[in-house]
Write a protein that binds this ligand. Structure first.
Ligand SMILES: C[S@@+](CC[C@H](N)C(=O)[O-])C[C@H]1O[C@@H](n2cnc3c(N)ncnc32)[C@H](O)[C@@H]1O
Length: 247
């Protein structure tokens, strides 16, 4: 594990005698307690989808929605407070697509980025794409069980995934815990309407979404009272919601 990542971990994980596995240079911090139910189901789905994920977005996404998905990604990412040398945590980084949309005036090489995801397949793909271009450390873990110290990151964000996490409230608490005081946190995902029209219809994903429902209230009610500057917006012709607030 690289030292930049190691120094951000909880102290118990920094001890010399702490054992963990690595696959292709990606540290595995998956706790069985959280790899069950929907988390396990979607981990398997994304492991399977990882090879074609970017291609599907580029081809199918473009044919169906033109620049809509890129515009939505760019709009989300521009809401964060990017600055040189800041520490960034991207929860559920997947193949890292959103990193392509960091505002152009930011020198990406001066960012210290950590990406966490439950799917090793997605992380491997991300590593292949960005390893040499960015200061990017990847770790395989659940959003509900982030292995980082409290108050560690200047930017914390999540785009896509939380709608079907086993424990949305715990994942949000974890994002808040690891963010520095006053950090702006962003949480975005698809709306229920878009899940019905896209995920439940697409040949690639429909078998994983049969019989599932999503209610935005499950997310909004999981945001703790006491966060500052809470805002919720709909983006991309109501396909996505985006929540921002400050710790
Ligand atoms: C729709 S993809 C989004 C990937 C990427 N953020 C993007 O915008 O392209 C959802 C991601 O969430 C991850 N994921 C699902 N459940 C998770 C959990 N409980 N903890 C961490 N990551 C999770 C999946 O492995 C997948 O990479």
């Amino acid at each position: 594990m690289d030292n930049r990542l190691k120094k951000r971990l909880k102290v118990e994980y920094q001890k010399e005698d702490f054992n963990y596995k690595e696959v292709d240079g990606i540290p595995i911090f998956l706790n069985d307690k959280y790899v069950s139910g929907d988390n396990q189901k979607y981990m398997k789905m994304y492991d399977w989808m990882s090879k074609g994920y970017d291609l599907a977005e580029t081809i199918v996404g473009k044919l169906k929605y033109g620049n809509g998905i890129n515009n939505m990604r760019s709009e989300n990412i521009s809401k964060l407070e990017w600055r040189d040398y800041c520490s960034v945590l991207y929860v559920s980084i997947g193949t890292g697509k959103n990193l392509e949309f960091i505002p152009k005036m930011i020198n990406k090489k001066k960012l210290d980025i950590v990406g966490a995801d439950i799917s090793l397949g997605m992380l491997k793909k991300c590593k292949k794409k960005f390893n040499k271009q960015l200061n990017l450390s990847l770790i395989n873990c659940c959003a509900e069980d982030l292995p980082f110290k409290d108050n560690e990151f200047d930017i914390v964000f999540h785009v896509g995934g939380i709608n079907f996490f086993n424990d949305k409230a715990l994942a949000i608490q974890e994002m808040i815990r690891v963010a520095k005081q006053n950090t702006k946190i962003l949480i975005a995902d698809e709306t229920a309407d878009y899940i019905e029209k896209q995920y439940k219809k697409s040949k690639l994903s429909k078998k994983y979404y049969q019989g599932v429902t999503f209610d935005f209230k499950d997310i909004s009610s999981a945001i703790p009272n006491g966060v500052k500057e809470l805002q919720t917006e709909l983006l991309g012709e109501n396909k996505f919601y985006c929540i921002t607030f400050r710790k």
